[in-house]
Design a protein around this ligand. Sequence first.
Ligand code: RM4
Ligand code: MN
Ligand code: MN
Length: 393
Amino acid sequence: MKDQSTERIDKALDQFRIEIPSWGFANTGTRFGKFIQDAAATTTAEKFADAGEVFRLTGITPTVALHVLWDMPNGVDDVPVIRALEREHGVRAGSINPNLFQAQEYKFGSIANPSAEIRQMAVQHMLDSVKIAKALESRDLSIWVSDGSNYPGTQSIRRRIGWMEEAMSATHSALGPNQRMLIEYKPFEPAFYHTDIADWGMATLLCQVSGPKAKVLVDTGHHYQGTNIEQIVAWLLHKDLLGGFHFNDRKYADDDLTLGSIDPYQLFRIFAEILSTPDGSHDIAFMIDQSHNLKGKMEAMIQSVVTAQELYARASLIDFARLAELQDACRLVEAEECFRAAFWTDVRPAIRAWRERRGLAPDPLQELATGGYVERTSKQRRERNRQSTATYA
Ligand code: RM4
Ligand code: MN
Ligand code: MN
């Protein structure tokens, strides 16, 4: 007979899926330059191959998030190419991310740009992205705008709110019946005075203006130090406005470090909030938003996926019925210990067993290390990677 905790873990593991980002496999950099890796993916096809390998090793990453300009430079015309890659590598396209920050036109903003013409261009790109999402049967359009300003007085914050409302509403009207748009917020960077969608309040209000298919996307790195992210999660859950997450860890700002590398308890607390809903069910898109410069990309992705799985399993061990009793009775220490006991449980043996039952590698990271994939791709991609530019000069 299975004991209660094994049952809880198994149920959690059966349920838990996490999306990985195509950009996590490509060369990226810091503000000072790129560090080129031999094994980095240089094409969309290679990103799909890497994502397929992560799925094969972990069994819980069936979808890959796509950034429209980076992965589908020809827009909707690239849909058949993506379809073929899905079939070849056994992973499906996940959330579609419009790119509203790369074109020169967006220097002073995209959907909040003072120029009506540039705003129109940005809205058109969002509408094209909705079309792409429909064609790929992707449910979510993940919107992040880098809009903002660097100096006080140089832009009208209020008029820009109105322009964003128009753009978001127009995008919402184009969504299909099962589609959603997720609005991501970020307090600063690249704008350093005001960011047009700076926090969850602003994202929430934009969702409310746009319509019921608009939900908030919480990127864990996009908060000021000390912000109680799980409290934001609780409010969004309460208001049925939580659409999804971009997970990553950080020490200082939007560092995009490997999940759980700095503060695993943070992610546990977020999962605890989500799993505390009465029947434990939820409809939230879990996604990773990381791109590593120092660690190998495959290794870092697998570490992140596995860490998310472990922390989700640990949060599932919380006895929420007992916790509620202790909370109501204000038995603080016992409540805290009930919560912490789950956090301190080593779930790795249970996860290993779960993987073995499904024919998956018992230790995905170990399997990657010995399986030869990275050596193979390094050899195949080395020349092309070495030709790419690393400097901004
Ligand atoms: C932003 C944000 C977005 C991501 C871009 C590349 O900081 O996290 O989600 O698409 O980076
Ligand atoms: Mn993000
Ligand atoms: Mn970010």
